[in-house]
Design a protein around this ligand. Structure first.
Ligand code: FE
Ligand code: FE
Ligand code: ZN
Length: 276
């Protein structure tokens, strides 16, 4: 089957190296952090590396790749410094993404930290309205969240509200994380079709651009966000295979964020492909 797999790769050795490492593990797309996942300064821009990578993408029938924003970026923080630092990183990252046009930038919507969810949702949309621009070539993905702490994005409805309040909403899509959705209470094991029709009703399946394919260490609705390797968690391999095979999902890119290394991701990709 022509499924598209990728894994989270270390970006420390540059884009061309990540591309080669992805080929080794049998992937045809990849995810990476644009900067330190805990936030902070972006690495120096290596234009030659990005240009070579852009050519490799064009020549090799790769799916669009997924840049992941730092976990700590919180554009709805009640602290104005945290918020504006987050927006500064967001803006810088999006400018860099223009070197590799036509790809995805995924971010965790944010944490409300004491504010009402609705206030936080408005701040996220305000932020997006500041950083998106009409001519940009990147699609920004909101990730579905587990609902740990005060995370926004634990329901499809919250993501819909962010999209509704964003002027350039044609720049927005959604990345569904199977571990997060499960932890948030969406029963992808017992009722995948029901979850997908809720997604379609609340957001529209046309917005769904990528899947983070993870098992979960915790039960349905646990709001924990602890990823497990495929088949070693509460979701289980059979349910994840049903996700891969689902006619509404099988054309999407699937990114492994399971707690293992490149070789482990390679083994997971091979096993999943063999089971389809
Ligand atoms: Fe994420
Ligand atoms: Fe994820
Ligand atoms: Zn997670």
């Amino acid at each position: 089957m022509g499924l598209h797999f990728g894994a989270h790769m270390s970006s420390s050795k540059g884009f061309v190296r990540m591309f080669r490492d992805t080929q080794v593990i049998g992937g045809n797309t990849m995810q990476f952090f644009v900067r330190n996942p805990r936030g902070g300064k972006a690495k120096d821009l290596n234009e030659a590396d990005m240009e070579s990578f852009r050519l490799l993408l064009a020549e090799n029938d790769f799916m669009p790749v997924l840049a992941h924003a730092p976990y700590t970026m919180n554009i709805c923080s009640p602290n104005i410094q945290t918020r504006s630092f987050g927006l500064q990183m967001f803006r810088e990252d999006l400018l860099r993404m223009e070197y590799i046009p036509g790809n995805y930038y995924n971010f965790h919507p944010g944490c409300a930290v004491g504010q009402a969810d609705d206030v936080a949702i408005s701040l996220i949309a305000d932020g997006l309205n500041e950083v998106l621009w009409q001519e940009m070539q990147t699609t920004v993905l909101l990730e579905t969240m587990a609902g740990k702490g005060s995370e926004i994005g634990k329901t499809f409805g919250q993501l819909r509200q962010i999209i509704d309040r964003t002027a350039l909403s044609d720049k927005l899509g959604v990345c569904l994380d199977t571990c997060h959705a499960w932890d948030a209470g969406y029963d992808i094991v017992g009722d995948l079709d029901g979850v997908l029709s809720a997604f379609d009703r609340e957001i529209g399946l046309g917005r769904l651009k990528a899947i983070h394919l993870n098992d979960s260490k915790n039960p349905l609705g646990s709001r924990k966000d602890r990823h497990a390797c495929i088949g070693e968690g509460a979701i289980g391999e059979q349910a994840l295979l049903r996700v891969l095979r689902h006619p509404l999902l099988c054309e999407l890119p699937f990114f492994l964020e399971t707690p293992t290394d490149d070789a482990g991701h390679g083994a997971e990709i091979a096993r999943l492909r063999a089971s389809l």
